[in-house]
Design a protein around this ligand. Structure first.
Ligand code: HEM
Length: 161
């Protein structure tokens, strides 16, 4: 079984989670923010009390920040210092700063442990001879982004315990 203490050693899983949240952030526009004082960001003047919406979905697909951004390629994080904890502004699935997600550590632990257990304990097949390339990953646009079509996959237990 995969224990929580194993997670820090699962480097490829860490890259897969980053890449997934880059392309499919749970909250694509974060939560609306408001400027508490006049400021200038990247040459744009933002007056006090402005409603600011950060499009992390678009940032995750920005060609100035990512090469081949539409391709799911976890290996892009090999040797990269880019993390998703709010310090690297090209990858902000949990937002950043004092209104960033306070549940980040819990969320990451649960997501990683569930995926690790599912991959470790089961072999997976798609139904009806479907190929992985035929999977429809279209999202429904809203405050959060569920898959438009449910994922159907068939597990078979592979551990003899
Ligand atoms: C993978 C899991 C999760 C993701 C991707 C996620 C993502 C986010 C994002 C993007 C925001 C908005 C940040 C911003 O606008 O700058 C947020 C806010 C928030 N999240 Fe999460 N979250 C996750 C799990 C959790 C969990 C497990 C909890 C609580 C146990 C939680 C509690 C909150 C709260 C209370 C806020 C509002 C913070 C504020 O407005 O000050 N989140 N989350």
């Amino acid at each position: 079984m995969v224990e929580e203490s194993d997670l820090e050693n699962l480097e490829y899983l860490d890259m897969v989670v980053k890449e997934t949240l880059r392309l499919h952030p749970v909250a694509p526009l974060l939560i609306p923010h408001e400027s508490t004082e006049d400021c200038t960001v990247n040459g744009f003047y933002i007056p006090k009390n402005s409603r600011v919406i950060v499009n992390v979905w678009a940032i995750g697909r920005d060609t100035e920040s990512w090469s081949d951004p539409e391709i799911f390629f976890p290996e892009r994080f090999v040797g990269s210092s880019i993390d998703l904890r709010g310090h690297d502004f090209q990858l902000l699935p949990f937002g950043s700063g004092r209104r960033g997600c306070p549940g980040m550590q819990l969320g990451l632990t649960i997501v990683k442990q569930v995926i690790a257990q599912l991959v470790h304990c089961f072999d997976w097949e798609l139904p009806g001879g479907m190929l992985p390339t035929e999977l429809d990953l279209t999202e429904e646009f809203s405050l959060v982004t569920p898959k438009a079509k449910h994922l159907l996959a068939i597990p078979s237990y592979r551990l003899n315990i």
